[in-house]
Each structure stands twice: as structure tokens, then as C-alpha cells.
Design a protein around this ligand. Structure first.
Ligand SMILES: Nc1ncnc2c1ncn2[C@@H]1O[C@H](COP(=O)(O)OP(=O)(O)OP(=O)(O)O)[C@@H](O)[C@H]1O
Length: 235
């Protein structure tokens, strides 16, 4: 689904990503882990067009994406849920969710997707008319994820979904990702500080350090191989 080759990106003159290579198979979850400042968020930003890569190739289902306007990326099936969540505080839960499907031509399916999100996230269904700023951190995270799902993405880029959430909510979100992968074939690139939770749900583990991918391996290998864990994950 996603092939990244030699990706270089950064902020102004300061390079962050250095020759990043990555492959994520369709219908799998890849967890990107690594120390603070390793470049995980920058990788998601470069993939979703929030920052312009300086070099390299990004293919989504075989089609080159570099230089594609963000709106086109969304139409091609990419959804990015950034860290900090991007919920619009002045809009209601329902309005925020509908934003995720505004661009879709198939209105009937957009309405179905909205209903599915309310089924998945019962707290959102109970707070349809609440404003974004009236939600708890966990509800906001559900809303950001729900809004992305209303667009029926093929590839979901998720930045730190567990940030600031109670373990029970984190477990729920991870279980949901697995369910979406299994039921709909969704492909997920998941950036997480919570390495154990991320590797528990992921098919592939990708460790970044100093702007590079230092190891990409089956998540089970990273979970179970004590030497690898010590060397790359520090536990
Ligand atoms: N907007 C920005 N302008 C300039 N430099 C930035 C910006 N955002 C991040 N950086 C720098 O890019 C580097 C990588 O940051 P990035 O946020 O991608 O790391 P990360 O792996 O996601 O870290 P964390 O786990 O702490 O969120 C860091 O050195 C950071 O200071």
C-alpha cells in the first residue's frame, strides 16, 4: 500500500529525515517507534504533504504521491490524524465528523460511515451536539479518529493516539485499529511513544533514530527478541 524510498525532509534548512525507506503492506499495521526527536512526526507530515519532502519517492498503491496537493491525497485514500488532534473547538461533534466526509461524492456512503463511527464511539453519539472544546481528551481523540474514518481512508496515518489517555481508552483504540484492519483491510502507520501497546497491535515494527529507520521487522520479532529490544527499544 505504501512504499517510501530515500525520503528526505525537514524544516527550512534543517534536515530531519535522512534517506528513509519503508514499506507497509495493504491491510497491515506498522508501528513507528523511537526516541523523542527521532523524526516520527516529521515522517507522517512528509507523507501527508504537511511539509514538502526535499527528495525521495512516496508511492500509495503504486502511484507517486510526492507533490500531490493535500486535498488530492485525501481523495486517494490517505487520512492523517495529527498529534494534538486538530478537532475544531467551535464546531459540534457532529459537524466535526461531517467535515471528514464533505469531499465525498457518494453521499449515501458518507452518511453510512458517519453512523458507523457513532456505533464505534458511543461517547460521541451521546455528545453529538456538544462543542469540540467541551470534550475530554479521550473524546477529542475519538473524534479526530472518527473524522478520519468518515472519509473511508485506505491508509491511516496516526500520530500518538494514546497521548494523555487512560490505559483503558488506549486499549480500546488499539483494539479498534485491529478490528478495522481485519474487517475493512485498512492500512495503518501508527506513531507511538507507548511502544508496548503499539507493538502488541502492529504487524510490523519500525524503529527510527536520528531521522533514519534503523530497523524494520515483524512486530513479533521486536516484541520477543530480548537482544533486539535492548538494542533498539531500551527495555
Ligand atoms: N516545526 C518544526 N520546526 C523546526 N524543527 C522541528 C519542527 N518540528 C520538529 N522539529 C525538529 O525535528 C526533529 C524531529 O522531530 P519530530 O517531531 O519529527 O520527532 P518525533 O520522533 O515525533 O518526536 P516525539 O516523540 O518527541 O514527538 C526534532 O529535532 C525537532 O526539534
Amino acid at each position: 500500500m505504501l512504499v517510501v524510498r530515500g525520503l528526505e525532509a525537514g524544516y527550512g534548512a534543517a534536515p530531519v529525515l535522512r534517506a528513509v525507506d519503508l514499506t507497509v503492506a495493504a491491510g497491515t499495521i506498522a508501528a513507528v517507534v523511537g526516541a523523542n526527536g527521532a523524526g516520527k512526526t516529521t515522517l507522517l507530515r512528509a507523507l501527508s504533504g504537511m511539509i514538502r519532502p526535499a527528495a525521495g519517492q512516496v508511492l500509495l498503491a503504486g502511484e507517486e504521491l510526492r507533490g500531490t496537493p493535500v486535498e488530492q491525497l485525501v481523495r486517494r485514500g490517505m487520512a492523517h490524524v495529527p498529534e494534538g488532534r486538530g478537532v475544531i473547538s467551535e464546531l459540534t461533534v457532529d459537524e466535526n465528523l461531517r467535515l471528514g466526509g464533505l469531499w465525498r461524492r457518494d453521499r449515501a456512503d458518507a452518511a453510512r460511515a458517519l453512523d458507523e463511527v457513532y456505533d464505534l464511539f458511543e461517547p460521541l453519539a451521546r455528545r453529538r451536539r456538544h462543542l469540540g472544546h467541551q470534550l475530554s481528551g479521550g473524546e477529542r481523540q475519538m473524534l479526530a479518529l472518527g473524522r478520519a474514518l468518515v472519509g473511508r481512508p485506505r491508509l491511516l496515518l496516526l500520530d500518538e493516539p494514546s497521548l494523555g489517555l487512560a490505559p483503558r481508552v488506549v486499549a480500546r483504540i488499539m483494539a479498534l485499529l485491529r478490528q478495522l484492519r481485519d474487517r475493512t483491510g485498512l492500512t495503518v502507520l501508527l506513531v507511538e511513544q507507548n511502544v508496548r501497546s503499539a507493538l502488541a497491535v502492529a504487524d510490523q515494527g519500525v524503529v527510527m533514530s536520528l531521522g533514519q529507520v534503523v530497523i524494520a521487522a515483524p512486530a513479533a520479532t521486536l516484541r520477543d527478541d530480548v537482544d533486539l529490544r535492548h538494542a533498539y527499544l531500551g527495555f
